[in-house]
Design a binder for this molecule. Structure first.
Ligand SMILES: NC(=O)c1ccc[n+]([C@@H]2O[C@H](COP(=O)([O-])OP(=O)(O)OC[C@H]3O[C@@H](n4cnc5c(N)ncnc54)[C@H](OP(=O)(O)O)[C@@H]3O)[C@@H](O)[C@H]2O)c1
Length: 145
């Protein structure tokens, strides 16, 4: 996760349990609790993790800056996307365009929690896009596209 996402997490849930936490920051002196890894780029993190021999899957947990880099990364395999059916006053966003070559492999029905409707979609990189065009993917991910 990016340094700002780390800072946005409530103290009581840091570090995120059951997984190795890695924070990306260009500041080598940035202080993190023991056990939380720090890297100065996404690539440096991926390289260290892939050679560790103990990590099977890496999840990029945000925020906007890191997502923007991750969706263009050649090693990206899947995108787990939750879409909330409501408007919010936001200043950080997931990248607007889903990269080419990704298809929806599963989607939930619209669900509801505390009056908020949402659905989840999993996109996966495919050798050959089965759906005709990313436009279709974008329509599914964003019905107002
Ligand atoms: N809805 C969601 O799914 C979701 C998920 C996660 C986060 N969020 C929200 O997103 C917001 C934070 O997003 P953000 O875009 O402002 O920040 P961010 O991506 O979390 O973090 C940005 C920081 O990460 C470091 N960084 C990122 N890319 C880097 C690179 N290539 N090389 C070196 N350092 C790099 C830099 O830290 P330094 O400045 O220290 O160098 C940069 O300032 C928070 O409000 C959080 O709550 C939402």
């Amino acid at each position: 996760m990016g340094r700002k996402t780390w800072e946005s997490l409530p103290e009581q849930i840091k570090p995120l349990q059951g997984r190795i936490n890695a924070v990306i920051s260009s500041n080598p002196d940035y202080e993190l609790p023991e056990g939380v890894l720090q890297f100065d780029s996404l690539d440096q993190a991926l390289m260290a993790i892939s050679t560790s021999g103990i990590i099977d899957r890496v999840f990029v947990a945000g925020g906007g800056q890191l997502y923007a880099e991750a969706v263009l990364h050649p090693e990206l395999e899947q995108i787990f996307l939750t879409r909330l059916e409501a408007d919010f006053d936001c200043d950080v966003f997931f990248p607007e365009k889903i990269p080419e070559g990704f298809d929806i492999i599963s989607a939930t029905e619209t669900m509801e929690s505390d009056g908020l409707e949402y659905y989840m979609v999993i996109l996966e990189r495919t050798e050959e896009a089965l759906l005709d065009a990313d436009e279709t993917v974008e329509e599914l991910v964003d019905p107002e596209y």
